[in-house]
Design a protein around this ligand. Structure first.
Ligand SMILES: Cc1cc2nc3c(=O)[nH]c(=O)nc-3n(C[C@H](O)[C@H](O)[C@H](O)COP(=O)(O)O)c2cc1C
Length: 180
């Protein structure tokens, strides 16, 4: 079983519990993705971590990031992203991680799904969020990856990102069959 963890994470200023917090490049989704990689590796799985990066990075500032991402959300525009992971075709399971932005997937995730065939692959979306969990994001993924087998992954609220090891451990225990 070849496993890919592909994720997008902003990692700049964010609004957490009504306070602006600077995540200094170590975004919540990135932390969750790294923890997932570490637990999967410890279980003996072959896994690769891939960061989806917009060619034009989102501004570090919360307000400026909001301005650009809200514009993309409203007009449906999709940003350009980096080239995909080597040997993409060989992956059987793709964990797809993202922050909930405006109740749905951020533009870079749309770009990744548009650019990569998912037919015949198992897609496991996981989200970090400010309270809205997956909201409309799973429907948005289904629309862009209609022929993938979707399995709902885990969700972690931003103020509780330090709980990621426990949430992920439990998810992996419950879904052990999927990874066999
Ligand atoms: C532009 C923007 C829009 C957001 N929209 C939502 C939202 O609609 N619902 C929600 O629950 N959280 C929302 N959030 C909060 C993020 O989903 C949350 O803080 C996430 O953990 C950030 O992950 P990251 O550090 O990996 O980018 C938003 C954050 C940003 C920056």
């Amino acid at each position: 079983m070849n496993i890919l963890i592909a994720y997008f994470s902003h990692g700049g200023e964010n609004l957490i519990d009504d306070r602006i917090v600077d995540l200094h490049g170590n975004g919540n989704t990135k932390q969750a993705a790294k923890e997932l990689e570490s637990q999967l590796s410890a279980l003996g799985h072959k896994v690769n971590l891939f960061e989806i990066e917009p060619l034009l990075p989102y501004p570090h500032s919360y307000d400026e990031c909001n301005t650009r991402s809200r514009q993309e959300y409203q007009d449906g525009s999709i940003p350009l992203i980096n080239a995909g992971p080597n040997g993409y075709e060989a992956y059987d399971i793709i964990f797809l991680g993202y922050p909930n932005w405006y109740g749905t997937i951020p533009g870079p995730i749309k770009a990744f799904l548009r650019d990569h065939a998912t037919e015949g692959k198992t897609l496991v979306p996981f989200v970090t969020h400010g309270g809205q969990i997956f909201l409309y994001s799973l429907d948005a993924i289904k629309e862009l990856a209609p022929k993938a087998k979707m399995v709902e992954g885990f969700a972690i609220a931003a103020p509780y990102i330090n709980q990621a090891p426990y949430v992920i451990k439990e998810w992996l225990e419950v879904h052990a069959e999927l990874l066999k």
